[in-house]
Design a protein around this ligand. Structure first.
Ligand SMILES: [Zn+2]
Length: 143
C-alpha cells in the first residue's frame, strides 16, 4: 500500500507508446523551459536555444557568459528524490534501463561541457513553480 495521500497511477500505455509520448512532451518549448527563458530574457541576456553542436543539446546557451542552462523534466531525466520522477508501475525493468541511459547521457554532456569551459546549471521542472526562488538562482548563476 502506498502512504496516505499518494496516488498511484497505473500506466496503460506500452513502454514504446509512453516513450513516444514523453519524447513529444520534452521537445523544446515546454512550459518549464518557457518559464526559464522568460526570466533570463527579462535580465536582458541573449541566448540561443537547443544548440545541436554542443553536447546534450543544451536548452539555453549564453555564449558571451560561457553559461549553459538545462531545463530537465523530472520524469524523463529522473530528478533525484522527486515525486514526479517515480517510474510507471508496469515494465519497471525496461524503464530502469531507459532512465539510467538518460541520466548517464546527461552527466556525460555536462562533463564534456565543463571540460570545454562552459558553466552549467540544471533547472528541474518542479523548480520552475517557485518563480522568485528560481529568479534568485538564475541571478546568482548568471551574475
Ligand atoms: Zn523534480
Amino acid at each position: 500500500m502506498p502512504p496516505a495521500g499518494v496516488i498511484v497511477l497505473v500506466d496503460h500505455l506500452t513502454v514504446e507508446a509512453r516513450s513516444e509520448l514523453m519524447k513529444r512532451v520534452r521537445r523544446s518549448g515546454t512550459a518549464p523551459e518557457l518559464v526559464v527563458r522568460r526570466i533570463v530574457h527579462g535580465f536582458g541576456y541573449r541566448y540561443r536555444l537547443n544548440r545541436k553542436d554542443l553536447p546534450g543539446k543544451p536548452d539555453l546557451v549564453l555564449a558571451k557568459r560561457r553559461a549553459i542552462i538545462f531545463v530537465h523534466g523530472c520524469f524523463w531525466h529522473q530528478h533525484p528524490s522527486c515525486a514526479k520522477a517515480r517510474p510507471p508501475k508496469s515494465n519497471a525493468a525496461i524503464w530502469k534501463t531507459k532512465f539510467e541511459r538518460n541520466v548517464v547521457r546527461d552527466k556525460k554532456a555536462i562533463i564534456k561541457l565543463k571540460a570545454a569551459g562552459w558553466r552549467c546549471l540544471v533547472v528541474w521542472e518542479c523548480e520552475t513553480k517557485n518563480i522568485s526562488k528560481l529568479t534568485r538562482r538564475l541571478v546568482r548563476f548568471l551574475g
